[in-house]
Design a protein around this ligand. Structure first.
Ligand SMILES: *[C@@H]1O[C@H](CO)[C@@H](O)[C@H](O)[C@H]1NC(C)=O
Ligand SMILES: *[C@@H]1O[C@H](CO)[C@@H](O)[C@H](O)[C@H]1NC(C)=O
Ligand SMILES: *[C@@H]1O[C@H](CO)[C@@H](O)[C@H](O)[C@H]1NC(C)=O
Ligand SMILES: *[C@@H]1O[C@H](CO)[C@@H](O)[C@H](O)[C@H]1NC(C)=O
Ligand SMILES: *[C@@H]1O[C@H](CO)[C@@H](O)[C@H](O)[C@H]1NC(C)=O
Length: 420
């Protein structure tokens, strides 16, 4: 763990000192690997599940699964989510220009959009006007000037990987935009972590964060051990949630009882191959048990990754002292229709245990396209930074525009210092 962690922390300290306004935890990187990460997003208006998914270039089912919302319910992608709802948006955390960031999102400007409203309202503070300006070569653009309607913008979003671990345990990192009224102890408590851990991860000198700062919050997760040849190599699922994989034919969950990844068949796409372990009659995620005088002979069928378009299964047999009961999985709930604006409930732990259920009712196939821009409509943003037509909402705070300064100079110094 030693050097890379110290290196990352040193850079973050440097960044934190340099940044005078909103701070973001930045992780230097090299190479082309990526990791799963989560973006904490607060809806600025009522939006359909599919609209939020399109905004972040993700799949509606994946978005629901990452929030333990019922992704298999008919019409789930078209459900309307309420303004102010806090969601975890799954993203791919890549390595670009030497730092970790999510770079898949493209946004087509609408009339009356400005760099500032896109950053602060549409992306709810996850992006900054400066960063969007930089990523699109708009050096001279005024953050408050209307953009050309239809103008396509790259919207870089903050994320970290930190080796997908925290204190040597698997973790997926959530990029959390600090809200007015948040305190670091309350954020730590809401995510069942400690102030010390949040401070360490974010290289904070004191347990204080300002509205608009973006903290990396480690969430305990279930790791996978799929081979490098698997297209879902590195799959990581946060405790209490689900992920869909293998072309939406397999669903993997994490928790609540333990942090062992648990995968079962999912048939969201309607045309999924059989998921029976070869040389057995056991289906993926299931076990056959035989009580013997020596104990319980268990044969369980587990998921081994999506390799060359094939669902790989592994049959594990072994003697256990007692036969295992049904697997506990995180509870899936219906998408909420209202938001309790109480801070603590918006972050509340996601799930309670329920017994596994076999199979699932089919939903319509999810839209495959991840490109958007003009292909769907989003709620309008009024020039006054508020959702159009809202009366009682909690529009994003009129905070100082997040401004993240990445000092290339300091990075270079540190890179030389640590990496040679
Ligand atoms: C990354 O995590 C793995 C286990 O999750 C560990 O074996 C490895 O040493 C870690 N690498 C670094 C650079 O910390
Ligand atoms: C996982 O979440 C459950 C609640 O869903 C909680 O009881 C459990 O302690 C969590 N496990 C870890 C390691 O955080
Ligand atoms: C356990 O069951 C498997 C198949 O169900 C069998 O091949 C194996 O011999 C059994 N082992 C023991 C110790 O009974
Ligand atoms: C995957 O398919 C390609 C060609 O289709 C083949 O060359 C390769 O060996 C396959 N890999 C595995 C792991 O089966
Ligand atoms: C799991 O196995 C049990 C007993 O063999 C069977 O009744 C059940 O339908 C199976 N469930 C799944 C999801 O395969």
């Amino acid at each position: 763990m030693g050097l890379p962690a110290i290196f990352a922390v040193a850079v973050m300290v440097a960044i934190a000192v340099v940044a005078s306004e909103a701070k973001t935890t930045i992780e230097p990187c090299s190479g082309s690997d990526s990791c799963p990460a989560l973006l904490g997003y607060t809806l600025y208006a009522d939006m359909k599940v599919s609209e939020v998914a399109a905004l972040f270039a993700t799949d509606p089912s994946a978005l629901l699964a990452a929030n333990a919302l019922d992704f298999a319910a008919p019409g789930a992608a078209h459900r309307i989510l309420p303004m102010g709802l806090f969601l975890r948006v799954p993203t791919r955390c890549a390595c670009a220009d030497g730092v970790r960031k999510s770079v898949a999102v493209r946004y087509a400007a609408r009339p009356a959009d400005t760099l500032a409203t896109v950053a602060d309202v549409v992306f709810a503070g996850l992006a900054s006007a400066d960063q969007i300006r930089g990523a699109n070569g708009l050096a001279d653009a005024d953050a408050d000037a209307p953009l050309d309607a239809g103008q396509r913008l790259v919207v870089p979003l903050p994320c970290v990987c930190f080796n997908s671990s925290d204190s040597n345990l698997p973790a997926v990192y959530l990029s959390y935009v600090v809200q007015v009224g948040d305190t670091v102890p309350a954020i730590a408590a809401a995510y069942e972590t400690t102030v010390t851990d949040v401070m360490n991860v974010n290289a904070m000198g004191s347990p204080v964060a300002a509205p608009g700062d973006i903290l990396a919050i480690p969430l305990p997760a279930c790791a996978s051990s799929f081979p490098k040849t698997a297209s879902d190599h590195g799959l990581l699922v946060a405790n209490g949630t689900y992920a869909l994989t293998a072309g939406n034919c397999v669903q993997c969950s994490c928790g609540p009882g333990n942090l062992n990844l648990y995968c079962t068949p999912a048939s969201l796409s309607g045309s999924c191959p059989s998921t029976q372990c070869s040389n057995s009659n056991v289906l993926l995620g299931n076990a056959s048990t035989h009580a013997t005088s020596a104990g319980c002979n268990v044969s369980s069928c587990t998921y081994g990754g999506f390799v060359n378009g094939t669902i790989t299964t592994l049959l594990n047999t072994g003697l256990q002292p007692t036969c295992p009961g049904p697997h506990q999985v995180p509870l899936l709930t219906d998408p909420p229709t209202t938001v309790n604006r109480d801070y603590s409930t918006s972050l509340a732990p996601l799930s309670a245990p329920v017994p596994t259920e076999a199979g699932g009712v089919m939903a319509e196939p999810p839209p495959k396209s991840s490109e958007h821009g003009g292909s769907f409509t989003l709620p309008k943003v009024s020039p006054t930074h508020g959702p159009a037509g809202s009366v009682s909402g909690a529009p994003p705070p009129p905070m100082s525009k997040p401004r993240r300064i990445l000092s290339g100079f300091i990075l270079c110094l540190l890179l030389q210092h640590f990496h040679v």
